[in-house]
Design a binder for this molecule. Structure first.
Ligand code: SF4
Ligand code: SF4
Length: 93
C-alpha cells in the first residue's frame, strides 16, 4: 500500500495537477505516458506519493507546481520539500 504524505490522493488533487504541462518532463520519453496515465486514472500525483520512476527528467527546467491550485490549497510553499516532488519526493508535514 502507498504511504501518503501531507497531500491526500483523491480525484480533486489529481484533476488539479499540472505535471502533464511541466517542462521538467517535457522531453522525457519515459514520463510523458506515465503522467498521462496518472492524470487519466486519477491515480497518483508526485506531491502525494513521491518520486518519479523515470530517470530522464530535466531538473534544470522550472517546476510549475507553484502554478497549481493544490500548491495553494495545501500551503506547499511552506512544505518540505516545497517543489520538484518528482525528484525530491512527496510532501511531508
Ligand atoms: S503541486 Fe505539483 S505535483 Fe502536486 S498536484 Fe500540483 S502540479 Fe501536481
Ligand atoms: S512535480 Fe514539479 S517538477 Fe515534477 S513534473 Fe510536477 S510540476 Fe514538474
Amino acid at each position: 500500500m502507498i504511504k501518503l504524505g501531507k497531500v491526500p490522493l483523491n480525484s480533486d488533487v489529481s484533476m488539479k495537477c499540472r505535471c502533464e504541462l511541466c517542462p521538467v518532463q517535457g522531453i522525457s520519453a519515459c514520463s510523458t505516458p506515465q503522467v498521462k496515465k496518472m492524470i487519466d486514472s486519477r491515480a497518483e500525483v508526485y506531491c502525494s506519493v513521491g518520486l518519479a520512476d523515470c530517470k530522464d527528467l530535466d531538473n534544470t527546467k522550472q517546476c510549475i507546481c507553484y502554478q497549481c491550485q493544490v500548491y495553494a490549497d495545501f500551503n506547499l510553499d511552506k512544505a518540505d520539500p516545497k517543489d520538484y516532488f518528482c525528484f525530491n519526493g512527496k510532501v511531508l508535514d
